[in-house]
Every structure is written in structure tokens, then in C-alpha cells.
Design a protein around this ligand. Structure first.
Ligand SMILES: [Zn+2]
Length: 427
């Protein structure tokens, strides 16, 4: 019995084995001994990976365009080319000790969606584009999320092109060297929707035993540089009551930052990641400590409340006059809610496949966070083993990756307008 197109679309599933094989093929480019990947942005390995992915897209009849910051747009034509495309994608650069799935999954899930449509000879009313964003990781060049950041006008193309690595090589030079200094202008292109599939990089889905995370947004961030000044003195002759031990004060602040985050559950996060002790000598009472504070929350009101609590904690350290505390904010990322209709499309896509989904807020930055500034955006998370990422042991289960890719397919199809079988598919 012949299925109608609508039934055929409902029954559509990606080929999980083919997706897995593509992930493993791409992971060979820059493979490390410990099973991870080292493929820094704009290196020759990055070029090889870009060449591989674009070759796969061309095999499907996609056009490939590269913009001036090296972002790659692989486009499958729609029935109506005047409509803005439905987009998906991520990044294929990695950390020096990165894994096989971070970023790569989002790009190859997009390729698998295209392959699935091609297999069945299905055409969509809106075009579909799979994008590879340049330098998401920020390991070789700062700022992070560079390609999507320029695309979303978070910073200028000139600023990004001028960034240099530790050897003094600029982004502009590196792009030219690998042949991905494209002719297309960056940004200014409409998108009907942007979806990004990604491993969670955290432990929540695994611990809840749920396969699909419908990502409702990303945490806002405020970063601080704090300097606590006391007085260095000899560790022997100075009685305890007369000390101005800056490290002791810093330890109070470390605890305060942790408490501030706990007081702003469930999404509050507070971290002191760096500590610099002066003079860092075993028999000298520390006279000065520099430390970093990273505060995160899902909305600005909460983040502002945490910032005020941090200021109070610094003020309390200064009471009594033993310490001077300077606390400077150095980075602010606004909380970024994703598009409610697209988040619902992710939930609906999961439900139509018989999968449970969990609403989740991303604690990490992603290209999608910048894309959300210029297009309706949502993300799909799948679990990764023990929540570990940015590590060579990063791992994910093939069936979870397949499920996430099926959700991506069906969420995207909800945004693509009409879906029709091409003539050859009926033959
Ligand atoms: Zn990533």
C-alpha cells in the first residue's frame, strides 16, 4: 500500500548508523591517542574537516557558500527559493584535548537530515541550510563563538580578523592559508529558524534518564576580577589576632560565592576558578590575593540579585578595616531565552517520536546563543556520558545521537512549510 506524503513524512527516520559512521570518519581528522580529537580552528586539520563535510554536502546536490569569517553555508534548495532558509548547524573545531561529539554532532546531524530527505526524494517548501561556524571553541583565537558572533553583529568582522594566536598568526592570515576566506559578506541573511543539536556537556539528562533536552535558553553571565589586599608579614612572629591575611579573606569570599549561587537555585551558578596568592611563599602571610568570580543565572533579575550579593560580601570583608577589596566586572553576557515556538517544536518533535523531553537551560555558550539575537532559535540536547565534555573521553550513545537527530529532523520539518515527494521518488 502506498503511503501518502504526509504519512511518509510522519514515518520519516534518519539513519543512525550512517550518522555514527560520519561522526567516526570526521573524528579521524585530528584523532588523539586517547580517543579524542585535537582540531584547532583554522589549522590544516580544520581545513581537512571542512573539505570533508562540504564534499558530503555537495554529494547531496547542495550549494556551498563561505563568508568572510569562514562560516560555511550548505544549502539544499527549497520549492520556493524566495523563502528564508530553515537552518541548523554547529562547529567542527575542537579544544586541544577535545572529544568527537562537541559541535561535530550538530553539523553532522544536519547533514544526516539532508541525506534522509534526499533518500526519500522529499522536497521542502523553504530551503534548508546546514552551517559550520568558525572558531566556536576560542582555544586558538579569542573571542569564542567567533563566526556566529560576527554573523550576529556581537562584534565586528575587523575585530575578529585581527585576532592573533600565540604565534602571532592572525585570523585573516589563517583563513587565507586554509582557503576559507570566503567572498560572501558576513551576516545580514534572514533565517526562518535556527536549530542546533548538541551534546549536553552536563549531567542533567543522564541523571534524569531522559534522552531529549528542549533547551529553553542560555544562562546569562557576569565575570569579575577581584583583588583583596591585606598585609604580608612573617608567619612566625605575627600573632593570629594581628594578621591581615588576604588568603583567609579570600576563602571567605570563595564560600560566599558558592552560597550566593545556592541561594539562587535552581539555575544560579557561582565559581571562583582562579586564585593568585602574593607573595606565595610558605612562611609569609599572604598580603594580596587576586581571584576571578563567574556568576550565572537564567534571567537578569536573578543575575542582578547575585551581583548585589557579591558586592555585599566584598563590603563585609572590608568591615573592620583589615582589608581592601576591589571588585571589577569584566564580562557580561545577557541571559538568552530561545524562541518559544521553536522550543515547542522540539518538544512536539520529541513527542511525535514517542520520546520524553526535559526543558533545560544551557549553562555553556553556544553558537545558538548568538544566533538567537538575529533569528528564532532553539537547541536540542542529548546526554553525554557522565556529563563530561571538553575532554578526550567525551562519549555519547549512538541511539541517543540518533534520537536527537530524529527530533532535529521533525522540528525542522515543522518550520519548512509544505513537504512534497519529488517526481523521481514516485517512480
Ligand atoms: Zn560545542
Amino acid at each position: 500500500m502506498e503511503l501518502t506524503t504526509l504519512e511518509a513524512v510522519r514515518a520519516l527516520r534518519v539513519d543512525g548508523g550512517r550518522l555514527w559512521q560520519s561522526l567516526m570518519d570526521l573524528a579521524r581528522i585530528g584523532a588523539t591517542d586517547k580517543g579524542g580529537v585535537c582540531r584547532l580552528a583554522l589549522t590544516d586539520l580544520d581545513r581537512q574537516a571542512r573539505d570533508r563535510v562540504t564534499a558530503w554536502a555537495r554529494e547531496l546536490g547542495c550549494s556551498v557558500r563561505v563568508d568572510a569569517i569562514g562560516n560555511i553555508f550548505m544549502r539544499r534548495a527549497g520549492m520556493r527559493e524566495d523563502l528564508p532558509p530553515v537552518m541548523t548547524g554547529s562547529h567542527i573545531d575542537t579544544q586541544p584535548t577535545g572529544g568527537k561529539f562537541d559541535g561535530n554532532y550538530g553539523v553532522l546531524a544536519g547533514i544526516e537530515v539532508l541525506r534522509t530527505l534526499c533518500d526519500r526524494g522529499l522536497r521542502t517548501e523553504a530551503p534548508i541550510e546546514v552551517v559550520v561556524w568558525t572558531n566556536e571553541e576560542g582555544s586558538r583565537f579569542v573571542p569564542v563563538m567567533m563566526g556566529s558572533g560576527v554573523h550576529a553583529r556581537a562584534f565586528t568582522l575587523e575585530h575578529a580578523l585581527a585576532a592573533r594566536d600565540r604565534d602571532g598568526v592572525s585570523v585573516a592570515e589563517a583563513l587565507r592559508a586554509i582557503g576559507y576566506d570566503g567572498a560572501e559578506p558576513v551576516g545580514g541573511r534572514a533565517a526562518a529558524a535556527y536549530f542546533e543539536a548538541h551534546i549536553e556537556q552536563g549531567p542533567i539528562l543522564e541523571s534524569e534518564d531522559i534522552v531529549i533536552g528542549a533547551v529553553a535558553g542560555a544562562l546569562g553571565q557576569r565575570w569579575y576580577d577581584v583583588v583583596i589586599t591585606g598585609q604580608e608579614a612573617h608567619a612566625g612572629p605575627t600573632p593570629m589576632a594581628l594578621r591581615r591575611d588576604a588568603l583567609l579573606a579570600a576563602s571567605d569570599l570563595v564560600r560566599a560565592v558558592n552560597r550566593i549561587a545556592q541561594d539562587h537555585a535552581p539555575h544560579g551558578r557561582g565559581t571562583v576558578g582562579c586564585l593568585d596568592v602574593f607573595p606565595n611563599s610558605r612562611n609569609v602571610i599572604p598580603g594580596r590575593v587576586s581571584l576571578t568570580v563567574d556568576l550565572r543565572a537564567a534571567d537578569d533579575a536573578t543575575l542582578d540579585g547575585m551581583a548585589r550579593a557579591l558586592a555585599r560580601a566584598c563590603g563585609e570583608l572590608e568591615q573592620g578595616g583589615a582589608f581592601e577589596v576591589s571588585c571589577k566586572e569584566v564580562v557580561y553576557f545577557a541571559p538568552q531565552p530561545f524562541d518559544a515556538a521553536l522550543v515547542q517544536a522540539v518538544r512536539d518533535g520529541a513527542a511525535s517520536l514517542g520520546l520524553d523531553s526535559l526543558d533545560i537551560i544551557s549553562g555553556a555558550g553556544h553558537d545558538a546563543v548568538y544566533m538567537a539575537r538575529v533569528a528564532p532559535t532553539a537547541m536540542i540536547f542529548v546526554p553525554c556520558k557522565d556529563g563530561i565534555s571538553h575532554n578526550e573521553i567525551e562519549d555519547a550513545r549512538p541511539e541517543h545521537l540518533e534520537a536527537g537527530c530524529n527530533v532535529l529532523l521533525h522540528a525542522m520539518l515543522r518550520c519548512c512549510g509544505r513537504v512534497e515527494a519529488a517526481e523521481e521518488a514516485r517512480a
